[in-house]
Design a binder for this molecule. Structure first.
Ligand code: A3P
Length: 324
């Protein structure tokens, strides 16, 4: 696979951004309702710190970028479509399906090659300069928006506007494994602890967007209005999921369109597509090319078996399924 190298201009821009961010972080005032979590030396990015805020875990990047003010300013519209999830549950997969249904783009190429996060930006952070994400405030209707915020943290207008919300869940053991690799891959975390160390942190509710159980159960409790799908359903019968999503969005699809969307959202197709494999992250310095793999890593059901013993897997699942 060809690697994407940054131009001198991009490298200079990135270094300038890193310096500016370091200065902001050094001067950061921590409000009383942001409780700092104990520092974990396994995170090798010296700038990153984790905080608990309103029951969830965010970082100093959220704080200095003014995310709380950004959520308060956000006004949902009836035509908005949100794809929500706990990270590493299959968000990108469901987003790509939703985007293709809404835009009637069922084939390869075209706008589908544009990085998904520009087509379907994140609510949780204000438009991050370094990422060139579009601000959700500037988007045309219908806005497609991704979020990892817990149900109760969503701006209230999401619930009152008639906007549509979809949520994807995955076997929590596979979520945890995928999370471990993602934390190793992204330079804003550079996690270098062992898998069991990350797993224990996950259970303690100290990884970004934790606590896991509250996150999942918070959305599932609203499954009368939120369309909930699973990663495993996307594997087993993607055509049915595409039809369910299309019906939920009120956008009918033909059998041919379903077949084409299924084909172009296979793991292989999305790994090949630089827009869904986030290859531009290499240029942006968010990941280091070739070091810890690409976003589209394995895409399997049951990879947890390579990381947990049978007994550990059972205990983890029992923990994850306990009502909170
Ligand atoms: P793995 O790390 O197990 O490979 P998210 O988008 O919520 O961050 O989730 C990312 C996970 O979904 C990664 O899991 C990624 O490979 C997987 N994924 C994304 N698109 C997929 C697809 N088309 N088929 C299978 N898995 C996919």
């Amino acid at each position: 696979m060809a690697t994407v190298s940054a131009t001198d201009e991009e490298t200079a821009r990135r270094e300038q951004h890193a310096k500016a961010m370091a200065a902001k972080l050094a001067q950061m005032k921590v409000p009383d309702d942001w409780k700092i979590l104990p520092a974990d030396p396994n995170y090798k990015n010296p700038l990153v710190r984790h905080f608990r805020h309103r029951g969830t875990v965010l970082t100093n990047y959220h704080l200095v970028n003014g995310c709380v003010e950004h959520w308060a300013r956000f006004q949902a519209r009836p035509t908005d479509i949100f794809v929500a999830s706990f990270p590493k549950s299959g968000t990108t997969w469901l987003q790509e399906i939703v985007w293709r249904i809404v835009h009637g783009e069922t084939g390869a190429g075209g706008k589908a090659d544009t990085p998904l996060e520009y087509r379907f930006p994140l609510l949780d952070m204000p438009s991050a300069v370094n990422m060139e994400m579009r601000s959700v405030h500037e988007m045309d209707d219908p806005r497609l928006i991704k979020t990892h915020l817990m149900y109760d943290l969503l701006p209230p207008s999401v619930h009152t506007s008639g906007a549509k919300v979809l949520y994807v869940t995955r076997d929590p053991r596979d979520v945890c494994v995928s999370y471990y690799h993602f934390s190793r891959m992204v330079n804003y975390e550079k996690y270098r602890g062992t898998f069991p160390e990350l797993r224990d942190r996950f259970v303690r509710g100290e990884v970004m967007h934790a606590p896991y159980r509250e996150h999942v159960q918070g959305y599932l409790r609203h499954s009368d209005t939120v369309l909930c799908v699973t990663y495993e359903q996307l594997h087993a019968d993607r055509a049915s999921v595409v039809r369910r999503v299309a019906a939920f969005l009120g956008r009918p699809v033909t059998d041919d369109q379903v077949e084409s969307i299924v084909r172009h959202t296979s793991f292989g197709a999305m790994k090949e597509n630089p827009g869904t494999n986030f290859r531009h992250w290499e240029k942006k310095g968010l990941v280091t090319a070739g070091q810890e793999g690409t976003f589209m890593r394995k895409g399997q059901v049951g990879d947890w078996r390579n990381y947990f013993t049978e007994e550990e897997g059972d205990a983890f699942l029992k923990w994850a399924n306990e009502p909170v």
